[in-house]
Ligand binder design. Structure first.
Ligand SMILES: Nc1ncnc2c1ncn2[C@@H]1O[C@H](COP(=O)(O)OP(=O)(O)O)[C@@H](O)[C@H]1O
Ligand SMILES: [Mg+2]
Length: 201
């Protein structure tokens, strides 16, 4: 369960601390007050990215509060009987923005580095960013995504979600392997006499 988040210079947030409780938590605020930014920060803390960043609608530099040089997200959560804290930082550089991450388990640091932290989280919660954005996290105006797809696309998406698309890939690969073996056999049949071929069989 996600227990708290602190946002320092993340988007419009100068220094925001939120505590979450068991059950449903609602964020209420005027348009532009920074609600979506909180959800994006949760995704970024866990996986180092979120949909608008993936779509390149936003760059890393846009995530740091205007006129500030760095940003920090501190996400606290519990998993089984342990408490974890993820710290992600963004640092505005001359030509690009760099990122860093640290993961603490029961206050002791256990991972350092963005990829190390992301992969630890993926293993811990048995979920990667892909599954997270398809099954857990829904962007504003995207909650009806599955409902608005035509049935064929919906089946494809659900197959992808459940990992069933692998079987379709295997099936079509098998068809092309069979085709290749058949044409090899034909080539052999053309170049060898029957008795030699019977021996080969
Ligand atoms: N890097 C930034 N620095 C300052 N303000 C920002 C930055 N990025 C976004 N904002 C501001 O944050 C607001 C958007 O917040 P958002 O989380 O989408 O609000 P909500 O979801 O509550 O409507 C906008 O007013 C936008 O101008
Ligand atoms: Mg919003």
């Amino acid at each position: 369960m996600i227990s708290s988040i602190r946002l320092v210079n993340w988007r419009s947030h100068a220094d925001t601390r939120l505590e979450f409780r068991k059950g449903t938590n609602l964020l209420v605020g005027m348009m532009g007050s920074g609600k979506s930014s909180v959800l994006e920060a949760i995704s970024f803390a866990l996986f180092g990215t979120f949909p608008a960043l993936e779509r390149r609608k936003l760059k890393l530099g846009n995530l740091i509060r205007l006129n500030e040089s760095n940003a920090k997200i501190i996400l606290g959560f519990s998993w089984e009987s342990d408490t974890y804290t993820i710290e992600r930082i963004l640092e505005r550089g001359k030509s690009s923005t760099s990122t860093g991450a640290k993961l603490f388990k029961n206050k002791a640091m256990i991972e350092d580095g963005t990829t190390a932290v992301t992969s630890y989280i993926e293993h811990l919660i048995s979920m990667d960013y892909d599954l997270f954005t398809r099954a857990i996290y829904s962007e504003q105006n995207n909650i009806d995504y599955f409902l608005n797809l035509d049935p064929r696309r919906r089946k494809q998406e659900i197959d992808g979600l459940l990992g069933l698309d692998k079987f379709e890939t295997a099936r079509s690969n098998a068809v092309s392997v069979i085709g290749r073996i058949k044409s090899k056999r034909q080539a052999i049949e053309q170049h060898f006499d029957r008795t030699a071929l019977d021996e080969m069989k």
